[in-house]
Design a protein around this ligand. Sequence first.
Ligand code: AMP
Length: 283
Amino acid sequence: MITAGGIDEVRRLIGEAKKAGKTIGFVPTMGALHEGHLSLVRRAKSECDYVAVSVFVNPTQFGEGEDLDKYPRDIEKDSAMLSAEGTDLLFFPTTDDMYPDGFDTWVVPGGPASILEGERRPGHFKGVCTVVLKLFQIVSPDKAFFGQKDAQQFTVLNRMVIDLNLALQMIECPIVREADGLAMSSRNAYLNSKERKAAVIFNQAITRGAEIIKDGNSTRDQVITEISKVLSKEPLARLDYAEIVNAEDFSVIEKPRGVVYILIAGFIGGTRLIDNIKLKIEK
Ligand code: AMP
């Protein structure tokens, strides 16, 4: 694995790989890697000849008072994990590389970015779209791999790829979970052992939501009420939102039909966690 020192070096290495006829797979991350990230790398390896991974804690997607400063960082460990997976290129830019003096051009997403995470984290998706477009411009991948864990992010970025005519394929990969069902996340590192045990309630709540939604007769309100009821059993947990949206465009569905995400966000102590289940309602 080569760890690239800068944008020009990434361009040169990718250029050489393309000249050799290789297809490029790309996995953007913020580091503090776990099995969820590695599942994307493995998928990229299975579908592409050359795999590039970026590790960049993007300051523009963090809001005032969020966890930018304390976000876990361990590039040595990340690098060893990526190398063991057979990653070809690790791109680890500095903030100055990505946002040099005078930087002032932004991607401002509409539609699916306007609700839920977009509403609660103003400017978050603007930061995500801007950095991901910049990374796409640098790496010029054939395929980019993202986790369903951040379903709204995937939908917003997919919209950006369509709207801006980007010549790459977006791949959504399944959520990797701990044995008890908790979705893997770099932010799980913030949880103490009591909180870690309690955090499983988010998955239990949406799993219950998925059970009752499958019959095709439940309304959005009924499902959300049931999810809230399950969550209220865990005193350490606090609900931010539970929602059901159309998987295509993230519009809220009153009478769930077709392919939907059941989404949840909430707090365990000071830690904010998200999770979701994607399912098809046949009826
Ligand atoms: P992050 O480093 O949190 O920005 O995540 C980088 C990529 O890994 C995103 O596409 C996430 O959706 C994905 N990811 C994070 N956690 C998981 C997980 N538990 N399972 C699958 N993908 C994940």
